[in-house]
Design a protein around this ligand. Structure first.
Ligand code: PA5
Length: 435
């Protein structure tokens, strides 16, 4: 993986860059000393937070399950689903995917979705991996209640027990109590790892292993990055400094651009990571994403010509792992013979460079992350890079990058409106506001 900041650095005055870098370096020192704000949540910092024994146990359970099922339903929301979804999309083939089908649930509250999913699962052999660190989040709890009943109806309570895996806090929460009581196999979400940093724990690893992803290679990528950054984190420091410098000089939005559709959900994972880590205390870059060249035909106009409140961080993948070249056509009726024998990836790369030049000319700063290929190891390194950067960048901006107090506000109101016991006072307040 390489990080090229040439087309972003030129937009930042030297004094702003140097002052910001000082804050980033201070944050980095605090991160490794364990004195950074939110230092109780640094369990992700070593890259691979799991013992070899736990990884083997996770893979063994995944291998057992794979023999029994056609579908794995992964129930979770936010950090409890985005990492696994992002990794599966990035590392699975587009077509002819012969691995276990993985379906996500509990990441929204659509009755249509759940009704249709229940109908679909009626004819499938399926298992459930329910993931919730707190064990009390409404969306996954609701989906689990429905799908657990379906599974029991399908295979009976004893077999259902062996087809449910719960990933949750080792000691507390409703899901931990339920799983222990029902005798489900459980994996831990370590207490010192927040949801959006949990992809390297069982939260990400177990569903990925069921999908057939080489999780040892993925963890190796993260671990290698962690070890490297302890000594030399120049790119991560640069990226964190550039982001914060641009914010300090008036940019409000960072757009993560991908040129490979398999990375669409990586951008969703990234948005949660950066949005939840930095968007607090009335501050923070708003994080958005775009898939090029598709979105050049929608957002392209706005990015080129709209108000310049944003900058771009672009991810490209050099090796598509499967080559397709443009064929020669004797008639050349479409006029494309000038591309004859060129790989499609070559055309995509030219689109990236052309867009970079146009956007930089149009005053849109543009950083570039180039991945050699989408392998499990390279992908682990990429996700770790972002976790490390957000820790530096968030702390340099003065916030605690590891909490998410803002997520609680809607939950309290929703519990009150739903009539959850214990939220009677909140309900009274909401009723009074409505009058
Ligand atoms: O990053 C986070 O902490 C959140 O997005 C959580 O992952 C999300 O709210 C789900 O929480 P839980 O895993 O407790 O159900």
């Amino acid at each position: 993986m390489t990080f090229d900041s040439t087309h972003i650095r030129s937009f930042i005055p030297d004094d702003v860059y140097e002052a910001t870098k000082k804050d980033v370096l201070k944050a980095r020192a605090q991160l490794h000393e364990g004195t950074i704000k939110g230092s109780d949540y640094l369990g992700w910092l070593p890259g691979n937070p799991l013992s070899d024994e736990t990884v083997d146990k996770i893979i063994a359970k995944a291998d057992d399950l794979k023999k029994e099922i056609e579908v794995l339903v992964v129930i979770g929301i936010g950090g409890s689903y985005l990492g696994a979804k992002a990794a599966m999309d990035a590392l699975s083939p587009y077509f002819n995917d012969e691995s276990v089908e993985v379906i996500f649930a509990g990441h929204q509250i659509s009755e249509s979705y759940l009704s249709e999913l229940i109908e679909y699962l009626k004819t499938k052999d399926f298992a459930i991996n329910v993931i919730s660190k707190s064990g009390t989040t409404t969306e996954p709890a609701l989906a689990f209640r429905l799908l657990k009943r379906l599974l029991i109806e399908h295979v009976g309570p004893k077999t259902a027990q062996s087809l449910i895996v719960a990933t949750t806090d080792p000691n507390q929460g409703a899901l931990r109590a339920l799983a222990d009581q029902e005798g489900y196999e459980t994996f831990d979400v370590p207490s010192d790892i927040g949801g959006r940093f949990s992809v390297f724990s069982a939260v990400g690893i177990f569903p990925m292993a069921v999908k057939g992803i080489d999780v040892k290679a993925f963890l190796k990528g993260a671990k290698t990055a962690a070890t490297t950054y302890q000594k030399d984190a120049a790119d991560a420091i640069d990226y964190a400094t550039l982001r914060q410098s641009l914010y300090r000089t008036g940019k409000k939005i960072e757009i993560l651009v991908t040129y490979e559709p398999k990375l669409k959900f990586t951008a969703e994972w990234w948005k949660q990571l950066f949005g939840e880590s930095e968007g607090k205390d009335g501050r923070g870059l708003f994080v958005a994403s775009a898939g090029f060249s598709t979105d050049l035909h929608s957002l392209g106009q706005m990015i080129q010509d709209g108000e310049k409140v944003f900058f771009e961080t672009v991810i490209s993948v050099e090796d598509p792992l499967a080559e397709t070249r443009v064929p020669i056509d004797q008639k050349n009726l479409d006029g494309l013979n000038y591309l004859a024998d060129r790989p499609v990836a070559w055309v995509n790369e030219k689109a990236r460079i052309a867009t970079q030049i146009a956007h930089v000319d149009g005053n849109v700063p543009n950083a570039h992350i180039a991945l050699k290929e989408l392998s499990a190891e390279a992908y682990g390194e990429l996700l770790y890079f972002f976790c490390y950067v957000v820790a530096l960048s968030g702390a340099a901006s003065g916030v605690n990058p590891f909490d998410q107090p803002g997520v609680e506000a809607y939950k309290v109101n929703m519990f009150a409106l739903l009539g959850k016991p214990g939220f009677e006072e909140a309900k009274k307040k909401l009723d009074a506001q409505k009058k």
